[in-house]
Write a protein that binds this ligand. Structure first.
Ligand SMILES: NC(=O)c1ccc[n+]([C@@H]2O[C@H](COP(=O)([O-])OP(=O)(O)OC[C@H]3O[C@@H](n4cnc5c(N)ncnc54)[C@H](OP(=O)(O)O)[C@@H]3O)[C@@H](O)[C@H]2O)c1
Length: 430
């Protein structure tokens, strides 16, 4: 199997290392040969085991080489890289990609091409880094009715939230630390604003629920930049941690709800134990109940492990007949409007520190039919006091109504976070 490797950076170098150091790995690797490697800069210092003759700066010429059977794209970039993948598929070559940003935006066009040309488009590394997710969920959980997927799928934000929780440092300090240790980019927006998790969720949800991909614009997204140390402290006091979660949930009527946002996660919940830059995804279905996949969500070796496993799947032709990988048309999912979604919420409020204020708060929530699990006054500063409210199950629309009334009463909404529950409401497993 003749492979063109596009990119020899963090992931590409890991792929090269596995493909050229085969002892003790799958014997099918013997059938894989790298016939060319595309890079941007030929003068860069590289692993000395890479023959300079394999390197080229013209990725398109390499992709179009008739000898190439599989194109492995670990370049990054969206619009500039898309023509390379389209050309590869159009010429009947299989494609393996780790590029979630590109796939989440151009999945439909690429799968349509893959279908036309009867080739594979595999991307295990794009959704969970080193964690095997696509193959196990689709091949080993196929007997289940899958209902919910919830995960910590961005290592940078998990590193920052873990540091804020464990050392009590501010968001800014934790971000600086993450950048110093190489867990965050100099421009961290894609991670901290939730874009990276949103792209992965779009792909994962399509795979788990076997639907066409949902547009990124239809996935509500919040990052972690608004989380302050008070939220983490109150979470801890109430028995929770805070995690940036990606959630895809199917309701009883079959409508899908997708969201990326910080959540209160019960301290005993397995997702709360995911520390540092690790990732984990919990898949819930009937009859299996809950299954969790966890491990390194990024990094050279782990991501290369997923890329090479896709190459091996092509060599072994193990994924044939799966519509996603052969690009068959899939149904467009019905989406549940965000305001219709039910959940429990944590609300941190700043209120005037005066008698009767808790009654006013209770009344505002009550008028919007939001029943409360607890209301606790946490701190007062001068004429203002901080209140922490946990609601019972309500529709997001009702909560928004209550928040609107509270604002009209001169109360300031500090934070609103969702609370993760053990199981999808109304879906108790017997
Ligand atoms: N890093 C991770 O842990 C991780 C995890 C999961 C998924 N991914 C995805 O994997 C992809 C690659 O990430 P990475 O971290 O390996 O990136 P990287 O370290 O920046 O490497 C990019 C590589 O692509 C080459 N390149 C870029 N543009 C090119 C062009 N126009 N023509 C030819 N070569 C070009 C670069 O060449 P030079 O070497 O000459 O600069 C470099 O070798 C991205 O889509 C990323 O989202 C990464």
């Amino acid at each position: 199997m003749k492979v063109a490797l596009l990119g020899l950076g963090t992931v590409g170098a890991g792929v090269w290392q596995i493909l050229t150091d085969r002892a003790g790995r799958d014997p099918l690797l013997e059938q894989v040969t790298v016939v060319g490697i595309a890079v941007r800069d030929l003068t860069k210092l590289r692993d000395p085991s890479v023959p300079p003759a394999l390197l080229t700066t013209d990725a398109m010429v390499l992709v179009s080489d008739p000898e190439v059977e599989v194109v492995v794209e670990v370049l990054g970039g969206v619009e500039s890289t898309l023509p390379l993948l389209k050309t590869a598929l159009d010429q009947g070559k299989h494609v393996v990609s780790a590029n979630k940003a590109l796939l989440a935006r151009h999945y439909r066009a690429l799968t349509a091409l893959a279908r036309q040309r009867e080739v594979y488009l595999l991307f295990e590394a794009a959704v969970g880094g080193g964690i095997p997710l696509i193959q196990p969920v689709r091949q080993c959980l196929g007997a289940n009715r899958l209902r919910r997927l919830v995960g910590v799928i961005n290592g940078t934000t998990n590193y920052i939230l873990t540091a804020m929780t464990q050392s009590g440092v501010s968001y800014t300090q934790a971000l600086k630390e993450a950048q110093a240790f190489g867990f965050a980019e100099q421009d961290p927006t894609a991670d901290v604003a939730g874009h990276d998790a949103q792209e992965k969720l779009a792909l994962l949800s399509a795979l788990v629920f076997r639907t066409a991909i949902v547009d990124l614009a239809d996935i509500p997204r919040e990052g972690i930049t608004g989380i302050v140390s008070e939220d983490l402290r109150y979470a801890k006091e109430l028995g929770y941690g805070i995690k940036l979660l990606a959630l895809a949930e199917k309701n009883a009527a079959g409508a899908l709800y997708l969201r990326v946002s910080p959540h209160f996660v019960p301290q005993a919940h397995p997702l709360n134990r995911v520390q540092g830059a690790d990732n984990a995804v919990l898949v819930e279905g009937e009859p299996i109940g809950q299954v969790m996949f966890s491990g390194p969500g990024a990094g050279s070796g782990p991501t290369a492990s997923a890329v090479v496993s896709d190459i091996l799947n092509i060599v072994a032709r193990q994924t044939f007949q799966d519509p996603h990988f052969m690009g068959e048309p899939l149904c467009v999912p019905e989406l549940l409007p965000a305001l219709e979604h039910r959940g429990r919420f944590y609300v941190r409020l700043e209120v005037p520190d005066q008698p009767g204020v808790i009654g006013l708060v209770g009344h505002a929530f009550g008028t919007a039919a939001v029943s409360l699990e607890s209301v606790v006054q946490k701190a007062s500063q001068g004429t203002r006091a901080e209140l922490v409210v946990i609601t019972h199950w309500v529709k997001e629309g009702q909560l928004q109504q209550a928040l609107q009334q509270l604002r009209q009463l001169g109360m300031e909404i500090g934070s609103v976070l969702r609370v993760l529950d053990e199981e999808t409401p109304g879906h108790q497993f017997s």
